[in-house]
Design a protein around this ligand. Structure first.
Ligand SMILES: NC(=O)c1ccc[n+]([C@@H]2O[C@H](COP(=O)([O-])OP(=O)(O)OC[C@H]3O[C@@H](n4cnc5c(N)ncnc54)[C@H](O)[C@@H]3O)[C@@H](O)[C@H]2O)c1
Ligand SMILES: [Zn+2]
Length: 356
């Protein structure tokens, strides 16, 4: 098993990445010296596949684990289901020395993480991510939260987990579309920080798509290392962490204009990355050849590359203006200066749309 540390002083924690390591959860949790009464938060889809193994592992390590089942789907990442999780934690008698284990994708991770951050003013949380997106992105960095009718992720807290345990074998049961969408975030790390990762994704496409074990461990580990480095520099997103938003300004606008129905997050980000690369080239920051390389890779992975015609232009600019990161119609837009390097440009929403 590989270990990546997220360096945050006294909140430093390890990310364990391996093939077939789910059964080590109990041992790893025991190492944190938390109390015996813990709760596993998960959904029915993931429970059917992996809860048995998780409960066995926790039982073998002498944990007395309650299970909190929430329904599958982003629409349940809300206040009502957060209240449900609190009720179950209280019913189960989880105390301050206990822990919440988040077993699932980003939805479970965000909801369970926020519950743990606030229950009894905060108890330890352990992330066991089961989607590509969760393994390389959402489980790392301590952002937790829920949606509000007025917007996504409007309520939340920064709370770092005690550790993250990512078993790449569980990705085998992911629907293909979810898998591919998650890989968009991996491509993003290559584009903004790591030309070697980018080239690996170019060279090893068939092996990635068949989820070759060693390769997936390497890819998830590299992605976690990159995110850990960025989070270690800027835990609360006051500056440098903004580079992780590459492709997301336009991606979020596309998601919101299509009412979160047409594209998965990673698919919208894929389109956003191609557009952001084009903006970078138009501003003279990177070469047209870089844009073509990025577009080609994204396309080869089966991800969309073009902004749908019906939302291009004015609607897109308007959606970006309402982005929570926009100030006075201008955005600190993440550009690239080549594969693996970035710079920010303060651009108006109209400029972004015109150049993309
Ligand atoms: N906290 C952060 O920093 C951060 C970062 C990015 C995204 N997010 C959040 O993450 C969420 C999206 O996460 P996601 O893409 O993982 O979606 P998800 O959690 O909805 O999972 C996608 C689907 O795959 C299923 N699934 C999960 N693991 C599986 C497995 N191993 N086998 C079969 N099916 C499986 C789920 O039940 C679900 O139906 C959003 O709510 C987003 O806001 C948070
Ligand atoms: Zn993202």
């Amino acid at each position: 098993m590989e270990v990546v540390n997220v360096d945050l002083g006294e909140r430093t924690y390890p990310i364990y990445v391996g093939s077939g390591c789910l059964g080590e959860l109990g041992t790893r949790l025991a190492e944190t010296r938390c109390g015996a009464r813990v709760a596993v938060v998960t959904n029915s889809t993931i429970a059917d596949l992996y809860l048995g193994r998780v409960m066995t592992s926790l039982g073998d390590a002498r944990f007395d684990a309650a299970v909190v089942h929430i329904p599958d789907g982003e629409e349940h990442k809300n206040l009502a289901w957060l209240a449900f999780v609190y009720d179950k934690l209280i019913d189960a008698g989880v105390e301050r020395d206990g822990a919440v284990v988040a077993l699932g994708g980003g939805v479970v991770g965000d909801l369970a993480g926020f519950a743990a951050a606030t229950y009894l003013r905060g108890i330890p949380c352990v992330q066991v991510p089961t989607t590509v997106l969760a393994q390389v992105d959402s489980s790392i960095g301590g952002k937790t939260g829920i949606n509000h009718a007025a917007g996504k992720n409007l309520l939340g807290a920064f709370a770092q987990p005690r550790f993250v345990l990512a078993d790449v074998d569980v990705l085998r049961t992911l629907p293909k579309r979810e898998l591919t969408a998650g890989l968009a975030e991996v491509i993003k790390y290559g584009v903004i920080l790591d030309p070697e990762l980018f080239a690996l994704l170019e060279d090893q496409l068939p092996a990635v798509q068949r989820l070759d074990r060693d390769l997936m461990v390497r890819i998830v580990k590299t992605s976690c290392t990159l995110k850990a480095l960025v989070v270690g520099e800027d835990e609360t997103e006051s500056g440098y962490r903004a580079i992780l938003n590459f492709g997301h300004t336009i991606g979020h606008a596309i998601e919101s204009l299509t009412e979160y129905k047409q594209f998965l997050h990673g698919e919208a980000v894929a389109i956003g990355m191609v557009a952001a690369a084009r903006v970078s080239a138009r501003l003279g920051f990177c070469a047209d050849a870089d844009v073509q390389r990025i577009r080609r890779l994204i396309q080869r992975y089966g991800l969309p590359t073009e902004i749908p015609d019906d939302i291009r232009g004015a609607p897109l600019a308007l959606a970006m203006r309402t982005d929570k990161k926009a100030r006075g119609g201008r955005i600190n837009f993440v550009c690239i200066t080549g594969i693996g390097t970035t710079r920010l440009a303060r651009l108006s929403c109209d400029e972004i749309v015109k150049y993309s």
